[in-house]
Ligand binder design. Structure first.
Ligand SMILES: Cc1cc2nc3c(=O)[nH]c(=O)nc-3n(C[C@H](O)[C@H](O)[C@H](O)COP(=O)(O)OP(=O)(O)OC[C@H]3O[C@@H](n4cnc5c(N)ncnc54)[C@H](O)[C@@H]3O)c2cc1C
Ligand code: FES
Length: 260
């Protein structure tokens, strides 16, 4: 059974009217967390809510999450003040597998940019060459631009509105990459379902290993309630698919195994 920790919000960085990065003191999570894992955070409104870990600081013993307000739970979290106390369960789930990764292409969209930042920081700290492509709606949504530029060799941005970076979505950019630049590249994607599916299809067509981080609605976060099941191909078991728990068996899965 995962232990629950009492934690304190020590820093709130407001990114816009609906978004903030929250930093909490929690030595256990700072020590253990791997890129792609998430935490289940209390919110004063029924169940805890899941958030991808955006970064950890092992010296300061903190972890951060980026939160976008979409409903009551995230509203309560965004409204919290520095010094407020929370409870948290984590780190949860299976993160991105980095063993054998030689070159990384990270693709983020929506709130997926927050866990993508964690993967980028890990790559930088471990000397893995990394290119990041983030898709935003417009310039006003392009949070953490400077931070992303600082953690990778090549940071590319697309906006639907065309007011920053390349006009279009992440696929518009990916399709411009020459095949010769893609050898030995592993792709990791976090974002809206449709974006992850399109990027996975592109990666598969190029013969690249690709991982996605699925976002299902969750309750317990630890594999007990089955609220978060997703369909994963299971040809080796003689079945079209099996149900897997996104929180415990994922949230990261190999892209070609996912039934979208
Ligand atoms: C593994 C994982 C990692 C996540 N990481 C982040 C993150 O880093 N930053 C962030 O801001 N959010 C993240 N989310 C989404 C976040 O958990 C939800 O936005 C939050 O739980 C919504 O709670 P609420 O009470 O504000 O909204 P609710 O009132 O519960 O829902 C409001 C709206 O959001 C939709 N929604 C709720 N939960 C989800 C979900 N899990 N996936 C997709 N849509 C949802 C609902 O369908 C509804 O339309 C993550 C979710 C998962 C499963
Ligand atoms: S949220 Fe309960 S099993 Fe995944």
């Amino acid at each position: 059974m995962k232990e629950e920790y009492k934690i304190k919000l020590i820093k709130k960085e407001v990114l816009g009217p609906t978004c903030a990065v929250l930093t909490f003191t929690c030595p256990e999570i700072a020590e253990e967390a791997q890129p792609g894992q998430f935490v289940n955070l209390s919110c004063d409104y029924f169940l805890k809510r899941p958030f991808g870990i955006m970064c950890v600081d092992k010296i300061e013993k903190t972890f951060s999450v980026g939160v976008r307000k979409v409903g009551k739970g995230t509203e309560k979290i965004i409204e919290a003040k520095e010094g407020d106390e929370f409870t948290v369960l984590g780190p949860l789930g299976n993160g991105f597998p980095f063993d054998g990764v030689k070159k990384l292409l990270l693709v983020g969209g929506g709130t997926g940019i927050f866990p993508i930042f964690c993967a980028a920081k890990y790559a930088q700290e471990n000397g893995i060459p990394c290119r990041i492509v983030n898709g935003y709606r417009s310039k006003n949504d392009a949070f953490l631009f400077d931070k992303f530029e600082a953690v990778c060799d090549n940071f590319e941005v697309t906006t639907d509105a065309g007011d920053l970076g390349m006009k279009g979505n992440v696929m518009t950019y990916l399709e411009t990459i020459d095949d010769s630049e893609l050898s030995d590249t592993t792709v990791m994607v976090v974002g809206p379902g449709i974006m992850m599916r399109k990027v996975s299809e592109w990666a598969q067509a190029k013969g690249l290993t690709c991982y996605v981080s699925l976002e299902q609605r969750m309750a317990c976060g630890i594999g007990a309630c089955l609220v978060c099941v997703c369909k994963i191909k299971a040809e080796q078991e003689g079945k079209e698919f099996v149900h897997k728990r996104c929180c415990k068996d994922g949230p990261v899965f190999r892209a070609e195994e996912v039934i979208w």
